[in-house]
Design a protein around this ligand. Structure first.
Ligand SMILES: Cc1cc2nc3c(=O)[nH]c(=O)nc-3n(C[C@H](O)[C@H](O)[C@H](O)COP(=O)(O)OP(=O)(O)OC[C@H]3O[C@@H](n4cnc5c(N)ncnc54)[C@H](O)[C@@H]3O)c2cc1C
Length: 537
């Protein structure tokens, strides 16, 4: 990297933009390119006050990749493979291991050596068709098509790098197996080493991009700060934002989901800066915003990021679930079987949700686990996770949960309802138990084997939940080549967006195909890498 220190430059985009917007309104800048005009208007409308500081250092590269997660690493791989030189990856996490990309346990693909060995013939075309229709065409279909086509190549790359994979089961009951499970621990470290050795890619961690650097409407890099507060201008011919969205930014979550708590089941680095930087550069923020939901393990704000407490599974096995008023709001089977997609989505439309059990169920959990006691449907995503597992130390964990304040215990249903302030709970349980006795869910059509009566003897336990998510989906709009687009659909020169913060690739709810979260992140990263290599060559 070429670096030069102490370059002095101070400009205040916010103030400058507001002034320019006035001139646009007066028709004085009508000769401006459509691009710069759109940038001006959008930034001014949003009242952005991006402050570019005087840089302590300037680092120049050919290709700058912001983010060392799933998309960023794949982008570096393809750019390097295409012959691009001087590739720099910066990331705000302290090391390659410490980001969401390294947490991925399985990734989607069809038409791979693994699916072929398993005798599967589900095709790329079928997968694309399924996904684009699931998304109701709310995405850039050409981009999605390309990314689905690239899925098998993702697997080839992991094979090339010696990262172990096996084909997982059909967890979503979609009729085919597509999740390729990673066997190698710290796969991102293996990836980083390969990129360094094969393509001379350089990495700078603990370095957080803050603002877009713009010249004549084109993106020429980002301004970042390192852990010591040093301000660095990273200048590049092409810049990729692959910052993983905004799951770790409660304010941005509130903008989309309102006044509810969404528990981030993630590392802490996905703070939405990539989306903001793209907007600052003039990109248009798309309206589709989804969540890769963690309603497999369960979340409650009292525990925060916690993937290891089996008690949190209580809501995901098809028993009665109610909202903050004590009213039923969904077919609980959805949460059991499409926990990350439609099931999780339903929990985003109530402020809080609760599961309730009597002592009989609690006792059975000690011997049998959730699956057997709450019902035994043929296919069951959550059941796959805790299948046949009795809950160890249940009495102690229940007491801990009561002490922590996310489980309420009472002798009667009225008692737990009063503790949690659920005015309608008693009425709901009465109606629910009538349906259970009749074996028909006349309200939401839940399968009969999941209609287990609640009021069958106390004491009762009420479990309080918040929606949880591994990551967000959505951000600014791109074209089919991952180039960031302005509101007028013109591309912003030099700026690319990949991974879960690409606003044109993911659906809400999350696709009902497990592993597409990372799969599309890898694919879009690769696509961006190829594009940037071509653009900069
Ligand atoms: C516990 C857990 C388990 C998961 N399991 C799976 C799974 O099994 N299958 C699956 O498909 N998906 C899974 N996911 C989701 C998966 O992690 C994401 O789909 C994927 O990592 C998204 O890739 P990305 O490149 O868009 O973002 P990320 O992988 O999140 O990478 C973002 C990168 O950007 C960096 N960054 C952020 N902001 C800045 C900034 N301002 N400046 C510099 N760097 C920045 C971060 O440090 C990070 O390096 C899981 C997530 C978690 C948390």
């Amino acid at each position: 990297m070429e670096t030069s220190k102490g370059i002095s430059r101070r400009s205040f985009i916010g103030g400058g933009m507001a002034g320019a917007a006035g001139l646009v309104a007066a028709g004085l800048l009508s000769s401006c390119s459509p691009g710069s005009q759109a940038t001006t208007e959008q930034s001014a409308t949003e009242g952005e006050a991006a402050q570019i500081k005087t840089a302590d250092e300037t680092v120049e590269s050919n290709i700058l990749i912001v983010g060392s997660g799933a998309a960023g690493l794949m982008a570096a791989y393809e750019a390097g493979k295409a012959g691009a030189e001087n590739i720099l990856v910066i990331a705000n996490c302290p090391s390659i291991e410490a980001n969401n990309g390294n947490m991925v346990s399985g990734t989607a693909a069809v038409e791979t050596p693994y699916t072929e060995a398993a005798g599967q013939d589900y095709s790329i075309e079928q997968l694309f068709d399924r996904m684009v229709n699931f998304a109701h065409w709310t995405v850039n279909a050409r981009l999605l098509k390309t990314c689905v086509e690239l899925l098998p190549g993702n697997i080839d790359i992991f094979d090339e790098l010696g990262i172990e994979l096996t084909l997982g089961a059909d967890r979503y009951s979609i009729g085919f197996e597509e999740v390729h499970l990673f066997g190698t621990e710290n796969k991102s470290a293996v990836f980083q080493k390969h990129l360094e050795d094969a393509y001379g890619v350089q990495f700078r961690f603990s370095t957080e991009a803050k603002h877009a650097l713009m010249e004549d409407g084109a993106c020429v890099g980002v301004q970042a700060e390192d852990e010591d507060g040093k301000v660095i201008d990273f200048k590049a011919k092409a810049t990729l934002l692959a910052c993983g969205g905004y799951i770790d930014n409660p304010d941005m979550l509130k903008e989309v989901y309102g006044d509810m708590t969404i528990v981030a089941s993630s590392t802490e680095w996905q703070k939405g800066l990539g989306v903001k930087i793209a907007q600052e550069a003039g990109a248009f923020r798309e309206s589709t915003h989804g969540l890769g939901m963690n309603d497999i393990f369960g979340s409650t704000e009292e525990l925060g990021f916690n993937l290891g407490n089996p008690l949190l599974g209580a809501a995901f096995y098809g028993g009665l679930i109610v909202d903050e008023h004590g009213k039923r709001f969904m077919n609980e089977y959805m949460l059991a079987n499409e926990s990350m997609a439609g099931g999780g989505e339903a929990t985003l439309h109530v402020k809080q949700y609760y599961a309730i059990f009597g002592q009989r169920v609690i006792d059975a959990l000690k011997e049998q686990g959730y699956y057997q006691i709450i019902g035994s449907p043929e296919f069951w995503v959550s059941g796959m996770l805790l299948y046949g597992q009795p809950l160890e130390d249940l009495d102690q964990s229940l007491q801990d949960a009561i002490d922590t304040g996310w489980v309420f215990k009472g002798d009667t249903i009225a008692d737990v309802a009063a503790q949690a302030g659920l005015d309608e709970l008693e009425t709901t349980v009465e109606a629910y138990d009538d349906m259970a006795a009749a074996g028909v869910d006349t309200m939401f059509g839940k399968r009969a084997e999941m209609l287990i009566p609640v009021a069958d003897g106390g004491p009762y336990y009420l479990f309080k939940y918040n929606p949880g998510a591994f990551n967000t989906f959505g951000g600014c709009r791109t074209d089919e080549f991952t180039r960031a687009l302005r509101a007028d659909f013109s591309p912003i020169e030099g700026l690319y967006i990949a991974g879960v913060e690409n606003g044109s690739l993911y659906s809400r709810p999350y696709y009902d195909v497990g592993g597409t979260c990372s799969g599309l992140a890898y694919s879009s990263g690769r696509l961006a890498g190829m594009q940037m290599a071509e653009y900069t060559s």
